[in-house]
Design a protein. Structure first.
Length: 148
């Protein structure tokens, strides 16, 4: 298999739809409502998981198909993308820890502090949108090295 920009764009479309849905939820639901309505909170958790899973899939596609150094773990996929100019290095280092939140959501390694989760989600939500922009920017800059 060779690198497929089509695969990445399809993944980005899914991620984008989750981002839009999460943004709508964050814009229309107060913190108090999130804490009193577990259904809304669980929707936010699931959307974060889906967004991060899509981002990891994209990172892994770049790593595998561009024959980059294999990442040691999911967090390292962001670091590798930063080291190879797919993402800005500083951004990659900043967003990489989101995989830890994803792991807590998926595997329930520890109890999630709902207030911290929601505060950080609101504060750093734009990182999801920035990730999408950086990936599209990379694909547009590197059209010669990837196939559609």
């Amino acid at each position: 298999m060779t690198f497929s920009a089509t695969f990445v764009y399809q993944k980005l479309d899914a991620v984008r739809s989750y981002i839009v849905e999460l943004k709508h939820l964050l814009d229309h639901v107060s913190d108090e409502e999130f804490f009193s309505d577990s259904g809304k909170f669980h929707i936010a958790e699931r959307l974060v998981q889906l967004i991060v899973d899509g981002m990891i899939d994209i990172n892994q596609h770049f790593i595998k198909e561009l024959n980059l150094k294999l990442a040691d773990d999911l967090q390292s996929t962001f670091i590798t993308a930063g080291e190879h100019g797919i993402l800005p290095k500083e951004f990659a280092n900043r967003i990489a820890p989101v995989t830890g939140v994803r792991n807590i959501l998926v595997h329930q390694y520890e109890k999630l502090d709902k207030e911290t989760f929601l505060r950080n989600l609101r504060r750093h939500f734009s990182d999801f949108e920035d990730y999408e922009s950086y990936i599209v920017g990379y694909l547009e800059r590197d059209k010669g090295g990837v196939s559609a």
